[in-house]
Design a protein. Structure first.
Length: 88
């Protein structure tokens, strides 16, 4: 799904990610696990509901062997663009 719009390859990398909303003052951080990620985005499953369009910041660590340089904690900011409700 959406592969036609991707500009960078996705990697099946399951790493813990701390994520929080940027559009809510004092929002809590939640831990999720990535399903895959790329230079252009990441996909994760969460019990916390994020609405489409929500501004978020994700913090994570990637081993130096994978990233090519030593960075203690990476982060990126973006918008939620796809939401798929769970069966639960």
């Amino acid at each position: 799904m959406y592969a036609i719009h991707r500009t960078s390859p996705r990697f099946n990398l399951k790493i813990p990610i701390r994520i929080r909303r940027l559009d809510e003052t004092g929002s809590a951080e939640y831990t999720v696990v990535s399903a895959n990620l790329s230079a252009g985005g990441l996909y994760f499953v969460s019990e916390v509901e994020f609405e489409r369009g929500a501004l978020v910041r994700a913090y994570f660590r990637i081993h130096e062997f994978v990233a090519g340089k030593s960075v203690p904690r990476w982060y990126c900011e973006g918008r939620v663009i796809h939401v798929r409700p769970s069966d639960r």
